[in-house]
Each structure stands twice: as structure tokens, then as C-alpha cells.
Design a protein around this ligand. Structure first.
Ligand SMILES: [Zn+2]
Ligand SMILES: [Zn+2]
Length: 97
């Protein structure tokens, strides 16, 4: 079972959904931070999609889904991409597949 969590920035209120665990096709979702459009993006890595398209089996060389930037990097789990403030987990927990 895979969970998703909602994170919110304590400083500016930016919210993002963070995915944890593996989906039904064996994929997992890496959260990346984009310095160009200042958003967090979920990046699907691996699983069946990765077997069919090798470029999807790694997070290397991937582009921001929002603006196409190549500068995305793995989110550190706490820094707001908008303002640099601290993001904390809210009470909302959901499921994804
Ligand atoms: Zn913020
Ligand atoms: Zn971007």
C-alpha cells in the first residue's frame, strides 16, 4: 500500500502532495524541487513504465513536468521551493496506486 501526504509551508502556505511507497506497477514517485518555476513535482520512476522506456527508470536526466527545466533535484523533504521556508506534513493522508 502506498501513501500520499500533504505538506504545507509554514511560511507561505505552499502545499504539495508527496507520494511514498510503490504503486501497483512497481513504480515509485520521487519528489523533485524545481528552482526555475519554484514548485515540487512528482516524478514517476521505474516499474512497468521504466521497463518500456528506459529513460523512466531513473531520475537522472529528467525534466521538470511543469516548465521543462533540467535543473530539478531531489527534494530534501523540508525546504519550500517558493520561499525557502520549512514545509511540514499536514494531517491529511491518502492512498495512491
Ligand atoms: Zn514557502
Ligand atoms: Zn519547473
Amino acid at each position: 500500500m502506498a501513501h500520499k501526504y500533504r505538506y504545507r509551508c509554514k511560511a507561505c502556505g505552499y502545499e504539495a502532495e508527496i507520494y511514498d511507497g510503490f504503486g501497483f506497477m512497481g513504480q515509485h514517485i520521487v519528489t523533485v524541487s524545481c528552482p526555475d518555476c519554484r514548485t515540487l513535482q512528482p516524478l514517476v520512476v521505474g516499474g512497468v513504465i521504466g521497463d518500456a522506456a528506459p529513460s523512466f527508470s531513473t531520475e537522472a536526466g529528467r525534466l521538470c513536468l511543469n516548465c521543462g527545466s533540467a535543473l530539478i533535484r531531489r527534494w530534501d523533504g523540508k525546504t519550500c521551493p517558493k520561499c525557502g521556508g520549512e514545509m511540514v506534513k499536514t494531517g491529511d493522508v491518502g492512498f495512491w496506486t
